[in-house]
Design a protein around this ligand. Structure first.
Ligand SMILES: NC(=O)c1ccc[n+]([C@@H]2O[C@H](COP(=O)([O-])OP(=O)(O)OC[C@H]3O[C@@H](n4cnc5c(N)ncnc54)[C@H](OP(=O)(O)O)[C@@H]3O)[C@@H](O)[C@H]2O)c1
Length: 256
């Protein structure tokens, strides 16, 4: 197999949570371009359908849109079952669905803390728990967790976000060890800032935008393709000896 063939995903099936927009949509598109059949989920079926159609139009791929909240174990299990029903296998889980709140610690309502823990930390656990038995049985799997630069370095007024992304990063390492002999790799992507719906408030605030840019040695936010190509690498045979790793896609933010 030539080196570029090792990046191909023909015959593989991927589930991308939060695949309706932002980084999730970009990664779903990238995985489909590489040949994978892709299932995208979010809490809004209509948005998933629209995104699936955009990816089908762009790639001609086999894309399934399913509604589901990653914090709801029953919905996640139903979506995994439907994926297996439709495609017969599930090889790649991208734990991408996530949320954020930008409030100081003293003023943060406990409900907000709990919601972010539920979506960013418990959600990936529920999704992995639903997918892993199948991956173990087929002795093949790729799990990609969307952590963040803020899983490794701090930032003010981001208590639950930094805590959950740090937790997800270390859970990545625990899973990598637990499933190292099952043909399953588990890795994290730690993005710096990208222009997605989550980051619109930062992008549209000149002061906040400049604060972020000033921390990036490359002097700019990332382009979505610069993230999706990393996801394809971690989803493919090209990364077969990479597990328990964190790939920082941050223009150098955390290198300082
Ligand atoms: N953008 C960045 O610069 C950046 C940087 C570092 C890390 N990240 C991480 O990358 C991931 C994607 O970020 P993004 O910027 O693309 O976010 P986004 O634009 O806000 O999109 C989030 C996606 O997750 C879905 N989602 C949210 N809560 C969900 C839930 N409970 N169950 C199922 N789906 C849910 C959303 O759809 P619905 O709301 O319709 O459910 C949407 O599809 C997140 O984990 C984020 O923390 C992003």
């Amino acid at each position: 197999m030539g080196v570029l063939d090792r990046f191909r995903l023909d015959g593989r099936v991927a589930l991308v949570t939060g695949g309706s927009k932002g980084l999730g949509e970009a990664m779903a598109l990238g995985l489909a371009e590489a040949g994978a059949k892709v299932v995208i989920t979010s809490r809004h079926a209509d948005e998933c359908e629209e995104t699936a159609q955009r990816i089908i139009d762009a790639t001609g791929g086999d894309i399934l849109a399913l509604e589901g909240d990653v914090t709801d174990k029953g919905e996640v299990e139903a979506n995994v079952a439907e994926t297996l029903d439709r495609f017969g296998q599930l090889d790649i889980l991208v734990n991408n669905a996530g949320t954020n709140v930008r409030t100081g610690t003293i003023d943060l309502p406990l409900e907000d803390w709990q919601r972010i823990v539920d979506v960013n930390l418990t959600g990936p656990f529920i999704c992995a728990q639903a997918c892993l038995p199948h991956m173990v049985e087929q002795r093949y799997g790729r799990i990609i967790n969307l952590s963040s630069i803020f899983g490794a370095v701090g930032f003010p007024s981001r208590s639950p976000y930094t805590a959950t992304k740090g937790g997800l990063l270390n859970m990545t390492r625990a899973w990598a060890l637990e499933f190292a002999n099952d043909g399953i790799t588990v890795n994290a992507i730690c993005p710096g800032p990208f222009d997605t719906p989550m980051n619109r408030p930062l992008r549209d605030d000149p002061v906040a935008y400049q604060t972020f840019v000033s921390k990036i040695p490359m002097g700019r936010w990332g382009d979505l393709e610069e993230l999706s190509s990393v996801a394809v690498f971690l989803a493919s045979e090209a990364s077969s000896y990479v597990t328990g790793s964190a790939l920082f896609v941050d223009g150098g933010w955390t290198a300082q």
